[in-house]
Design a protein around this ligand. Structure first.
Ligand code: ZN
Length: 90
């Protein structure tokens, strides 16, 4: 019997951890066809990120309902992350 397992590594730290797919703004320094250097620009990419990398990188918190949302900067030692986890993996 052949068993094929699929590993998902965090796109940012490359560690094998439970990840969440998120669309995230990335500052690119190359165009994405031939990789030539260009002036930096923001491109939204679908990334698999672990909880640690999400904590480090996601800096805006949101709350609200019915299209009325409020956004604020997350302070670096905010307790907002205390309940955040990604389930799955080993
Ligand atoms: Zn990571």
């Amino acid at each position: 019997m052949e068993v094929v397992t699929k590993k998902i590594l965090c796109d940012c730290c490359k560690k094998e951890k439970p990840t969440q797919k998120i669309k995230y703004p990335v500052l690119f320094t190359t165009e994405q066809t031939e990789g030539r250097s260009v002036n930096p620009y923001i491109s939204y990419q679908e990334l698999d990120l672990c909880a640690d990398c999400i904590r480090i990188n996601v800096g805006i918190a949101g709350s609200g309902a019915m299209g009325y949302n409020e956004y604020k900067q997350i302070h670096h030692n905010s307790t907002i992350w205390n309940d955040f986890a990604i389930k799955g993996g080993s």
